[in-house]
Design a protein around this ligand. Structure first.
Ligand SMILES: Cc1cc2nc3c(=O)[nH]c(=O)nc-3n(C[C@H](O)[C@H](O)[C@H](O)COP(=O)(O)OP(=O)(O)OC[C@H]3O[C@@H](n4cnc5c(N)ncnc54)[C@H](O)[C@@H]3O)c2cc1C
Length: 450
């Protein structure tokens, strides 16, 4: 059997794995990435990137449709037939760009499926190639996550669809039922609605985007109902979805049925645990649900680290990248006990939504002052035709630190990004507010007087 020896072997070539590879190579470590998908992984080829292209396109379409151009007739129907080619071209471009960066850093890319057989020991199987053994001083698991389906709620690849199928959808339905009101369900619900589809979101949760502050979530729901015409049914569990010829029937837990031309399943994700033998997996993921972390990104096995979606949620690229950097710094001996960081959770609807919480103090129940700010009077929001959003914060009564924040409105992720800096660097709410931000920007909501 062929064999190579390396400082750091990484299982998975998604955003987490490729970030760890770059970070490690820049520290002078020899690195190999083993991946059964091209650079960028699922995020580039089937989940994140296609969704962002759809969101961008839908928003452009909405802007064109609503633009007050006298005498210009705007087509009423959006033509989706070019979307698969556009998505595939962008995935290719992003993946090639990443590949070049990895090559410049001298990172080995190994096509194939990795199995961790012991700490520091990986066997790789690939199509049309002899098995390979990789021995590594440290292993980073970055195998990511897959969509969750149940026996009665699963795609048929035609009328009952899921994020992956958005890479090849060429025709839009007239009606669609979105099953799930989390980030993916909410983002794609707005895509379809902006493109003229009659959308109903059905979620078993009491609100859209369950992790969001309820006041902000209700503002989001109101706006999506009134401005985008989306029907939203909360506290409504779905029992089954079935295809009936050219239609789908969604059966709710109370046996009520809903019909539409298509259904979209967005009921969550499960971690991909197929990267190890069952003996190793029992040690790394005793619950059978996620790889458990012990100190920073270290797992129960010496020299084995885990990052990204495989470690649980919230599943997002900035978290995977943060963990990647911490894992490499632990391997390089630069950080012994990484501190948790506050990370922004963003939803790229139009307008977008974002939230953040203090990684240690948010859930302790310490007394807080609650602030609810709105964009009325914010010139940038008016220029975006979006004065309806809001920013809600919980600020510690003890020392003025921001413990939680949720925002809905223009540039909400960037605004919460400013708060991310404040939380991570101990800047209090009153210090943050002291110096006005550039005018006119949506971020002025943070520093406006009054
Ligand atoms: C529709 C959708 C939209 C999203 N949009 C956003 C967004 O806008 N912003 C954001 O921050 N996050 C977004 N996310 C979440 C984001 O995509 C994930 O958090 C991110 O991709 C996680 O990166 P990862 O490296 O942990 O895993 P993945 O991206 O899942 O990559 C893991 C890779 O490892 C490979 N692999 C797995 N097992 C093996 C093995 N045994 N051997 C070899 N290779 C293996 C897989 O093929 C896969 O490509 C979105 C998710 C979805 C579903």
């Amino acid at each position: 059997m062929r064999s190579i020896t390396i400082d750091v072997a990484i299982i998975g070539g998604g955003p987490g794995g490729t970030e760890a590879a770059q970070w490690a190579a820049r520290k002078g470590l020899s690195v190999a990435v083993i991946s059964n998908s091209p650079p960028g992984g699922r995020a580039f080829w089937s989940s994140l990137l296609p969704s962002k292209i759809w969101l961008h396109t839908a928003h452009r379409w909405e802007q064109i449709r609503h633009a007050p151009f006298d005498g210009i007739t705007i087509p009423r129907q959006f033509n989706a037939s070019t979307m698969p080619e556009r998505i595939s071209r962008t995935s290719q471009q992003q993946s090639e760009q990443l590949w070049e960066t990895l090559q410049q850093l001298g990172i080995q890319w190994i096509n194939g499926t990795a199995t961790l057989t012991a700490p520091g020991e990986i066997s790789v199987e690939g199509e049309n190639q002899a098995p390979l053994r990789v021995q590594a001083r440290a292993v980073i698991i970055a195998s990511g996550s897959l969509p969750r389906f149940t026996p009665d709620i699963r795609p048929d690849m035609e009328r009952i669809i899921a994020p992956r199928l958005m890479t090849r959808l060429r025709t839009l339905p007239r009606t669609l039922i979105m099953i799930g009101g989390g980030v993916t369900g909410t983002e794609y619900a707005t895509v379809f609605a902006e493109l003229g589809v009659n959308v109903t979101v059905v979620t078993d949760q009491p609100q859209l985007l369950p992790r969001l502050d309820p006041e902000v979530s209700h503002a989001v729901e109101d706006y999506f109902r009134t401005a985008k015409g989306i029907h939203i049914r909360t506290n409504t569990p779905v029992k089954a979805v079935k295809r009936n010829g050219d239609a789908v029937t969604v059966t709710l837990a109370n046996n009520e049925t809903l019909t539409a031309e298509m259904a979209f399943i967005a009921i969550g994700r499960v971690v991909d645990l197929k990267f190890a033998t069952s003996e190793i997996l029992n040690l790394l993921a005793p619950s059978g649900t996620v790889v458990e972390l012990h100190n920073g990104m270290a797992t129960a096995l010496d020299g084995v680290y885990a990052i990204g979606d495989v470690t649980g949620g919230p599943m997002m690229v900035n978290r995977a990248r943060w963990q990647a950097r911490m894992a490499v710094e632990q391997i390089a001996g630069q950080v012994k006990h990484p501190e948790p960081a506050a990370l922004t959770e963003a939803v790229f609807t139009h307008p977008p939504v974002a939230r953040i919480h203090h990684p240690v103090r948010a859930a302790t129940g310490e007394p807080c002052e609650r602030y609810s700010l709105n964009f009325q009077g914010n010139l940038a929001a008016r220029l975006h035709d979006m004065p309806a959003g809001k920013l809600v914060l919980s600020v510690s009564k003890k020392d003025g630190q921001i413990l939680e924040a949720s925002a809905f409105g223009p540039h909400a992720p960037e605004i919460i990004g400013v708060i991310q800096l404040a939380i991570n660097h101990g800047i209090s709410w009153s210090e943050l507010r002291r110096i006005p931000l550039p005018h006119p920007t949506a971020a002025e909501i943070l520093t406006a007087a009054g």
